[in-house]
Design a protein around this ligand. Structure first.
Ligand code: KIV
Length: 263
């Protein structure tokens, strides 16, 4: 018997641009978070390599491995019923040749119930995007600030070469990418790229004219210990909520109020 999924498909995701419906995307790295985002109606969930910084506590996204991405993507894949689920190809999996990229992305699709991969790059990755797409693997490209190239870019800086950014986004579309993330680029450039492409643009620090937006969920919820970029809107202060609850519990235990008669 086949199990039917009611998840948003890649063609439906692309169709949101033509329909003029903005796309809401967030990151998740585990089952309960993914389940909450999915129930709240988020269109797409990214198992981002930001996990390396946000969950694993590294300084950059470089250390996270393919096996670790798959381990977490399995959790997310099990939780999601409605959203499109995309998994980042971790550094340097998409730089080892087309065959190797298909092997890595193939493992992700076979093992995790996720539907697509994201890779950092535009024109420089066109052959890899085309190879993955030819293998039936949907690809979201990522241009602008590419955190996996942080050392080469000299830090997490706004990327301002409008011509190059447009060329990268066009090359990704021509190679068959179904969407492109635009990270940390001027609003005007993001608006021009969005108007020039048929596929959706998903912005992060790229202004309001993109077809959709993505944020790291921990940033949005106020559950990070590190630096929070200024393009983030913090919708909750989970860190304070959790630390208040934990301090209350500690006091209750130490002063003999927990467990009480009801427990
Ligand atoms: O890894 C990630 O979370 C990302 C998004 C911030 C776009 O690439």
């Amino acid at each position: 018997m086949s199990k039917r999924s009611s998840r948003i498909t890649v063609p439906e995701f692309i169709g949101l641009k033509a329909a003029g419906r903005k796309i809401a995307m967030l990151t998740a790295y585990d089952y309960p978070t993914a389940a909450v985002l999915d129930t709240a109606g988020i269109d797409a969930i990214l198992v981002g390599d930001s996990m390396s910084m946000v969950v694993q506590g590294h300084e950059t996204t470089l250390p996270v491995t393919l096996d670790e991405m798959i381990y977490h993507a399995e959790m997310v894949g099990r939780a999601v019923e409605h959203a499109l689920v995309i998994v980042d190809l971790p550094f340097p999996t998409n730089h080892l040749g087309v065959h190797s990229a298909i092997e890595s992305a193939g493992r992700i699709l076979k093992q995790t119930r996720c539907q697509a991969v994201k890779l950092e790059g535009g024109a420089d990755q066109a052959d890899v995007i085309a190879g993955l797409v030819a293998a039936g693997i949907p690809v979201m490209a990522h241009v602008g600030l590419r955190p996996q190239s942080v050392h080469q870019m000299g830090g997490y800086r706004v990327q301002r070469d409008a011509q190059r950014l447009l060329a990268d986004a066009r090359a990704a579309q021509e190679a068959g990418a179904f969407a492109v993330v635009l990270e940390c680029i001027p609003n005007q450039t993001a608006a021009e790229i969005t108007a020039a492409l048929k596929i959706p643009t998903i912005g992060i620090g790229a202004g309001a004219q993109c077809d959709g937006q993505v944020l790291v969920t921990h940033d949005l919820l106020g559950f990070t210990s590190g630096y929070v970029p200024k393009f983030v809107k913090q919708y909750a202060d989970l860190k304070s909520v959790i630390s208040g609850a934990v301090a209350q519990y500690r006091q209750d235990v130490q002063e003999g109020r927990f467990p009480g008669p009801q427990q």
